[in-house]
Design a protein around this ligand. Structure first.
Ligand SMILES: [Zn+2]
Length: 141
């Protein structure tokens, strides 16, 4: 849609009546009314277009955020599956160090140089202490 332009003639007539359309001559008033109707239509159309663009941007942003969240969930699920596959003990009695009042830990194999596993709380799911290789128990850090 094209923005309705005020003709030079109408503009001059409006200046002449100090921008009071009620003081226009009847034929000029008709021109003014026609322009005014088109202008209102255009304003409405322009607002709708603006709203459409705005809503589209919000929708696009939401979709992008959902996709990013899905990637994060996918990584979390994969980590959980990986961890589940490496559990050697499911219920070791040991208090959680994160104040969650749970006393049940699972042992997850996480081979590294100094330790081979870690305790993970069965309630809050957070890692607790590392478990060193049995033959490294006597070696200081
Ligand atoms: Zn816990």
């Amino acid at each position: 849609m094209k923005r309705p332009i005020v003709s030079e003639y109408l503009r001059k007539e409006m200046i002449r009546v100090n921008f009071n359309p009620n003081r226009l001559d009847s034929d000029v008033k008709k021109l003014y009314n026609k322009w005014s109707r088109e202008r209102k239509k255009w304003d409405k159309w322009e607002k709708e277009e603006r709203d459409k663009k705005y809503n589209q941007k919000i929708e696009d942003r939401d979709i992008e955020r959902d996709i990013e969240n899905e990637k994060i969930y996918f990584e979390i699920y994969n980590d959980l599956i990986e961890e589940m596959n490496n559990v050697t003990e499911w219920n070791i009695e040991r208090p959680c160090k994160w104040d969650c009042e749970c006393c049940s830990m699972r042992v997850v194999l996480t081979p590294k140089l100094k330790h081979f596993a870690k305790y993970v709380c069965n309630l809050c799911g957070r890692s607790n202490d590392w478990i060193p290789y049995p033959d490294l128990n006597d070696i200081d850090d």
